[in-house]
Design a protein around this ligand. Structure first.
Ligand SMILES: Cc1cc2nc3c(=O)[nH]c(=O)nc-3n(C[C@H](O)[C@H](O)[C@H](O)COP(=O)(O)OP(=O)(O)OC[C@H]3O[C@@H](n4cnc5c(N)ncnc54)[C@H](O)[C@@H]3O)c2cc1C
Length: 502
């Protein structure tokens, strides 16, 4: 395997001085030296973002309390607060690199847990039904079971002497100073009949309660504005089923992922789980949702643009019923645009920005935000969280554009398409087409999709020329894009995208 992206990617966005020094020294800037800056930090939400936040906060606060409404410690299966976690989840190379910095034994431990750790470029990706040219990229990704990965991270963090998890405990609201300029703690309640709400003071409160975060409401109650929201409505659903691994499938560490495209809007992620079963997540957009009845599910598998998955599961023994998760829209809450924001409060993860999951960015986006949090802790983020929120927004621009521009490639998505978006999408289709022929294009594409390189790297002259040459025989869009089926057209009429910065 070539050079693997691991330690070193996490602090790629270090401050200017850090980056300059790093460039001079030829290595990434070190994380700021921790010191004690407060007595207690409370993190609401003990999933991916909250757990990673607790990991870095433990270096700066005497005590870190993580609150989750679920019984999270030891949870490796479905749970109410993160019901999406049972569907296919892959951690992108950038996220892997950040996690490997925070959890130095990650690679060995993940393999021991049975989580497939793979080179991104050796998976079987399909674009428009054509297989991507498989090649080593040196970019690692962890897949398998999101709950198992999440539980591993949480177990490590819960072992830290100054971190406590308060499980089955719900965040009810925020406490503030009399002038409401500062958040001073949280109001909580244990789940169960007749439990009384109680208060916990904190120097810093972190909202990592995911997409359903009530922070906009709580800010309004404290007299602040609610953040503006950008939305890209996609009407997506995942339906997932597990099977006993059919003999001969995945003898190498591979996944089979036909990516949805305008010509083939039905997609799938098919891979191994940590228990040795296989998991098949089917995806459908604009209301064309994969069914949950076994026969309908099987028919949907048959309709995928590559026959391999149907052949693998046709006679396989299911180990679960099909389960569905609907995802109406990507949402970005622009906290960084608020003119006033209380001290002592930050917000992270899906609570800020939740992306169409088919691009596999959410966990990596949370990890990227954690690198920013780590830097801002050195500057006392609690005193003024706004520079941190601005940094988070800056970090979210690329993943947001990748996700929303990708969605806009589907004719049924109703939203304006600026010229630059149309050019970008036309070129990206060529990149994907060229990546079915050429390892160099595969490597460049995987660095882009894995959030290692910025999208502009795809436009470098040498690569651009190579892509245009290799895609000179690409079929015209009209030949590739069938007319939208009636069901899709009806769904599209119902689906309206709000303003999106593309
Ligand atoms: C179907 C699907 C597939 C996906 N696939 C991928 C993928 O392949 N790769 C990837 O990187 N990302 C993927 N994602 C995105 C990823 O799951 C999210 O980005 C990630 O879970 C965000 O983590 P989070 O910690 O911000 O929020 P969540 O995981 O949503 O966690 C929020 C936590 O807060 C708790 N909570 C909520 N409210 C309260 C409250 N009031 N009090 C106390 N606790 C509370 C919940 O119990 C939960 O534990 C996918 C998402 C979906 C829906």
């Amino acid at each position: 395997m070539g050079d693997q992206v691991g330690a070193g990617t996490g602090d790629r966005d270090g401050g200017l001085v850090g980056r300059l020094l790093a460039a001079i020294r030829g290595r990434p800037p070190a994380a700021p030296t921790p010191r004690l800056i407060g007595e207690r930090a409370v993190v609401a939400g003990g999933s991916i973002a909250g757990t990673l936040a607790a990991r870095v906060l433990s270096e700066w606060y005497r005590e870190v309390v993580v609150v989750d409404r679920d019984e999270v410690l030891g949870a490796v299966g479905p749970r109410r607060g993160a019901s999406h976690a049972v569907h296919a989840h892959g951690l992108h190379a950038r996220g892997y690199g950040i996690l490997a910095e925070l959890f130095p034994n990650l690679l060995e431990d993940a393999r021991e847990l049975g989580l497939p750790v793979r080179d991104f470029g050796l998976m079987r990706w399909y674009f428009d039904g054509r297989p991507m040219y498989r090649t080593e990229t040196g970019l690692l990704s962890i897949a398998g079971n999101r709950p198992v990965l999440e539980n591993y991270l949480r177990t490590r963090v819960a072992e830290l002497p100054n971190v406590t998890y308060r499980q089955s405990t719900e965040l009810l609201g925020l406490l503030s100073s009399p002038d409401r300029s500062r958040v001073t703690g949280v109001r909580l309640v244990e789940r169960g009949e007749g439990k009384q709400a109680f208060e916990v003071g904190a120097d810093l409160v972190v909202d990592a309660t995911g997409r359903g975060s009530r922070l906009p409401v709580w800010l309004a109650e404290l007299g602040y504005e609610r953040p503006t929201e950008e939305r890209m409505t996609i009407g997506l659903a995942y339906t997932t089923r597990t099977y006993r691994r059919p003999p001969g499938t995945f003898d190498g560490p591979m996944a089979i992922n036909p990516v949805a495209s305008p010509a083939h809007p039905r997609g799938a992620f098919f891979g191994q789980t940590a228990t040795g079963d296989v998991r098949l997540s089917l995806t459908g957009i604009l209301g064309d949702h994969p069914p949950t009845d076994p026969d309908g599910y099987q028919e949907y598998v048959r309709s995928l643009p590559v026959p391999d998955i149907y052949q693998a599961v046709e006679h396989a023994e299911p180990t679960s019923a099909p389960m569905s998760f609907t995802f109406p829209a990507s949402v970005w809450r622009h906290y960084e645009r608020l003119s006033r924001f209380p001290a002592g409060l930050v917000v992270l993860g899906d609570a800020v920005c939740s992306f169409n999951p088919v691009y596999g960015q959410g966990m990596t986006a949370a990890a990227m935000q954690i690198t920013a949090l780590r830097r801002h802790l050195a500057r006392d983020v609690a005193a003024d969280p706004r520079p941190f929120l601005r940094d988070v927004a800056r970090l979210m621009i690329d993943p947001w554009r990748i996700s929303t521009r990708g969605d806009l490639d589907f004719p049924g998505v109703v939203a304006p398409r600026p010229l630059r978006t149309r050019i970008y999408n036309a070129y990206l289709r060529r990149v994907q087409y060229a990546s079915t022929k050429d390892p160099e294009v595969t490597r460049a594409y995987m660095r882009f999709a894995g959030l290692i390189d910025r999208p502009r790297e795809l436009w470098r002259f040498r690569l651009l020329a190579r892509v245009l040459w290799l895609s000179r025989d690409m079929p015209a869009p009209s030949a590739r894009t069938p007319a939208a089926p009636a069901r899709e057209r009806v769904a599209a009429a119902l689906v309206k995208a709000d303003r999106v910065d593309t």
